[in-house]
Design a protein around this ligand. Structure first.
Ligand SMILES: NC(=O)c1ccc[n+]([C@@H]2O[C@H](COP(=O)([O-])OP(=O)(O)OC[C@H]3O[C@@H](n4cnc5c(N)ncnc54)[C@H](OP(=O)(O)O)[C@@H]3O)[C@@H](O)[C@H]2O)c1
Length: 278
């Protein structure tokens, strides 16, 4: 899609890939950006960064998992910029816990915050795009969804998010509304590790150890990657090596994957010390 002149809504836009994408869209000359997240402090800092690029930016502090929040967001975007041409879904959280330390509520919360929110955002903002016969949706996910990994809430939520993207891809065919699905590598300056305590220590070595930093991206680099895919109407947005891992993972034997991803399961606290079992 032509990002120049577009009205952009970034759900989960106060940090990480969401903010990076908002800034990349501003650099491509979009008309107006709305950023949504829960925390006002980070939102205000993010607004200043986008505005510094010469694009009008407004923010809404709300928890998108709460009833009525997406309806209120629709009202806000209608009022403040008259609609949405590009929807970016980057809303996510969730700690990394093994089966023994994951309660039903943990799993439900991770799923709600990612897949259910993306599904509801698409249901709300795609129909007007479809009516106009133009627009674009971008969904940001994690490549960890495609690899064997201990964190069951994280895996289930990201696999479900992939399902939302794939279903939407088929649903949007021929509508004039484009779709981009992004799986970035580790984001070196993401807000995720501040919001979700302890997650950084439980990442596989290739996402945690500075030895592998040559594989990582900054939020700005990931945002540019996503914005390039949007501008080129491309579905898949990832790096070459992450894409290769994702494609090959189902065919690779576990010992090789353990060698590549490490074995974070050994580092996990026991259910009693984690205090989150059900
Ligand atoms: N970080 C990495 O290294 C990395 C690598 C590859 C893929 N990914 C995946 O990419 C996605 C985005 O990651 P990121 O690094 O951009 O994370 P991030 O910096 O934490 O961004 C997530 C955004 O969502 C917002 N958010 C969280 N819960 C919300 C809620 N209930 N309602 C409204 N907003 C909410 C956060 O702000 P508030 O907390 O203030 O609400 C923040 O703006 C995730 O699925 C992640 O797993 C991350």
């Amino acid at each position: 899609m032509l990002v120049q002149g577009a009205r952009v809504l970034v759900a989960g836009g106060s940090s990480g890939v969401g903010l990076g994408t908002a800034k990349a869209c501003a650099r491509q000359g979009c008309k107006h950006v709305v950023l949504v997240a829960r925390g006002s402090e980070r939102l205000d800092k993010a607004r200043a960064q986008v505005a510094a690029l010469g694009v009008r930016c407004d923010v809404l502090a709300t928890d998108l998992t709460q009833a009525g929040a997406i309806e209120a967001l629709e009202e806000f975007t209608d009022k403040i910029m008259g609609g949405v041409d590009l929807l970016v879904c980057n809303v996510a959280n969730g700690e990394f816990r093994d089966f023994n330390a994951t309660s039903d509520d943990d799993l439900q919360a991770a799923w709600t915050c990612t897949a259910l929110v993306a599904y509801r955002l698409a249901k709300t903002f795609v129909p007007p795009m479809r009516e106009r016969g133009r627009g674009h949706v971008a969904i940001v996910n994690s490549p960890v969804r495609a690899t064997p990994y201990f964190a069951v809430g994280y895996k289930v939520s990201r696999t479900a998010l992939f399902g939302v993207a794939e279903a939407l891809r088929s649903n949007l065919e021929g509508s004039g509304v484009g779709l981009t699905y992004a799986e970035p590598p580790r984001i070196s300056d993401s807000g995720y590790f501040d919001t979700n305590a302890g997650v950084l220590d439980q990442l596989p070595p290739m996402f945690r150890s500075p030895r592998f930093a040559f594989l990582w991206q900054t939020s700005d680099e990931a945002g540019r990657m996503v914005a390039r895919a949007i501008a080129n109407n491309r579905y898949w947005a990832t790096t070459f090596l992450v894409g290769l891992l994702v494609l090959l993972a189902p065919f690779l034997p576990m010992p090789l994957l353990r060698f590549m991803l490490g074995d974070p399961v050994r580092k996990i606290a026991t259910p009693a010390s984690a205090g989150g079992s059900s």
